[in-house]
Design a protein around this ligand. Structure first.
Ligand code: NAP
Length: 505
């Protein structure tokens, strides 16, 4: 079940939020400790769905600062008024008299840590006569969630177990697989009652929460930071479109990624996407890796093959496919030739970071001639020497005669969308211009390229291709690329607060 906490402060706002929440939630939690004034009888009488009545004291992370007797009297009144559930803290449960059909949620909160004696605390709660036991603890590391999942798996008592904070966010989604009684989700951003709560809209439309069950396969993206990641939007949409019982989660891994992978074997994760800063360090956790990982030292995909972890790189084939499709579109006759359509193409590549390395490796493999330019010239020289390319200073790129111009710098990314890494003088009609930047999907470079008569290719194509190859590696099914493309654009548009340039490509 999904429960939306109502954190509004006035009677009118509480009523309005309850009505809005009931459209997406199974029940609402009246957080009376947030309210400045209310008429509990009127609230309960006009409830649009079942309610939990909570009046949390400061000592348990709530906002109620008045006398304890007054706080408990409110809970007692809620029982008398027939609220479906009343939440009472473990240390206060003995003072509450049961009544009617109200069920008692007996809770314990720890806003500092996930305590070592979690099972013991849960045992106390169960023995206190709780109809539903609740433990909510702060996670300092994503591995803390595993202890909550263990608790849920090992109890037959109805239990709500949640890890708070960003590190614990997956517990709010994945708990359902382990029979969590309910999860809390906020009505909107800013209306959270505890840290790490996600919106009810994300829970249902992004993570398809209601479809998660005991057999749901687990996938996720390992990153730090992870909140900005577009991968959950695109891969959950793909699983949904393919009718698969699977969920894809954002996994914020702050420490040792190898230790994380080892620990998460406990819940049998079927596959990971891997991004910054873990693409290299995670290789040590693999039983086997593919040839591209061996050659580039960068891994972005993990597949669980009956307990053995196989590491792959879909970044390189993903971006090569985006370029090859653009060439085949521009020169259909070239597609008929043997070998890659990239062979002998003259490529001017801007940047010398991780994205550049993947691209240069793939381009050289396919026989392209690559010239690199980068803000820090020495990095361009190092990459060029390692992979057999030419180099040119960034301020002389307009001199280069190229068939393809590729931007792998972060110039033009969201927040600085009017910047471009290349002057118009470097663009020639008919040239393919590929921008690795995908947020925004249409950068200033691509708009300039279109105006000059080039063939613009958005970084969206790369992002979708690498994710589509991950989906195919994990599921052995064809990826629903159009669905994935649409999900990515929709999510980017949702997140973007700036102007929307016209669609290219
Ligand atoms: P990175 O390793 O940090 O490299 C960043 C590159 O951008 C470096 O060459 C850096 O030059 C250059 N740069 C940064 N700020 C600059 C500025 N103000 N002026 C000129 N050059 C500047 O990052 P990365 O992982 O390669 O990623 C680069 C871009 O590719 C990002 O926008 C990322 O989102 C995008 N990307 C997209 C996909 C996709 O699927 N579409 C995949 C991977 C990456 P210095 O060497 O001088 O610092």
């Amino acid at each position: 079940m999904i429960c939306i906490p109502i954190t509004a402060t006035t009677q009118g706002a509480i009523l309005a939020d309850m009505t809005a929440a009931a459209k997406v939630a199974d029940l609402v939690e009246l957080r009376l400790d947030f309210a400045r004034g209310y008429d509990l009888k009127a609230l309960i009488e006009s409830r649009p769905c079942p309610v939990i009545v909570t009046n949390r004291p400061v000592r348990e992370g709530g906002k109620f600062e008045g006398p304890e007797a007054e706080r408990l009297a409110v809970l007692q009144q809620a029982i008398a008024l027939g609220a479906e559930y009343v939440d009472v803290e473990l240390d206060s449960v003995e003072t509450i008299r049961r009544g009617g059909r109200t069920q008692l949620i007996v809770s314990h909160h720890d806003f500092e840590k996930t305590p070592a004696d979690l099972a013991e605390i849960h045992g106390h709660i169960v023995r206190s006569g709780a109809d539903i036991a609740k433990v909510a603890c702060m996670a300092s590391d994503i591995r803390d969630t595993l202890r909550l999942f263990d608790l849920l798996r090992n109890t037959r008592h109805e239990t709500i177990a949640l890890c708070m904070g960003e590190a614990g966010a997956i517990s709010r989604i994945l708990g359902r697989k382990f029979r969590n009684f309910l999860t809390f989700a906020s009505l909107r951003q800013g209306a959270e009652s505890a840290p790490g709560q996600i919106t009810a809209d994300d829970l249902t439309s992004l993570y398809h929460y209601k479809q998660i069950g005991p057999d749901t396969a687990i996938y996720g993206v390992i990153a730090n930071p992870v909140a900005h990641s577009m991968s959950p939007a695109i891969l959950n949409a793909a699983f949904e479109a393919a009718g698969l019982d699977a969920v894809y989660l954002p996994m914020k891994v702050t420490g040792d990624v190898v230790a994380f992978v080892e620990a998460f074997k406990a819940i049998d994760v079927q596959g990971y996407s891997v991004t910054l800063p873990h693409k290299e360090a995670i290789i040590a956790a693999m039983d086997e890796v593919d040839g591209i990982v061996k050659a580039t030292g960068a891994l972005n995909t993990v597949v669980n093959r009956d307990g053995k972890l196989f590491g792959a790189n879909t970044d390189v084939p993903g971006v090569m496919r985006a370029l090859e499709e653009a060439i085949e579109f521009a020169e259909p006759q070239r597609a008929q030739r043997n070998g890659s359509v990239l062979a002998e193409k003259r490529v001017l590549l801007l940047g010398a970071g991780g994205a550049a390395r993947a691209l240069v490796y793939g381009l050289k493999e396919r026989g392209a001639e690559v010239t690199i330019a980068n803000r820090t010239h020495a990095r361009a020289v190092k990459l060029a020497d390692a992979l057999g390319c030419a180099v040119i200073p960034l301020d002389r790129i307009a001199e280069v005669e190229a068939d393809i111009l590729i931007n792998t710098t972060s110039v033009g990314m969201h927040q600085k969308i009017d910047a471009t890494p290349a002057p118009r003088a470097a663009l020639r009609p008919g040239m393919i211009v590929f921008d690795a930047v995908y947020n925004p999907p249409e950068t200033r470079l691509l708009r300039d390229a279109q105006e000059v008569g080039c063939i613009p290719v958005s970084g969206i194509a790369w992002f979708v291709n690498q994710a589509a190859l991950q989906f195919e590696t994990w599921t052995h099914l064809p990826a629903p690329r159009e669905v994935m493309d649409g999900a990515l654009r929709k999510r980017l548009a949702l997140n973007r607060q700036t102007r929307k340039p016209k669609r290219i490509n």
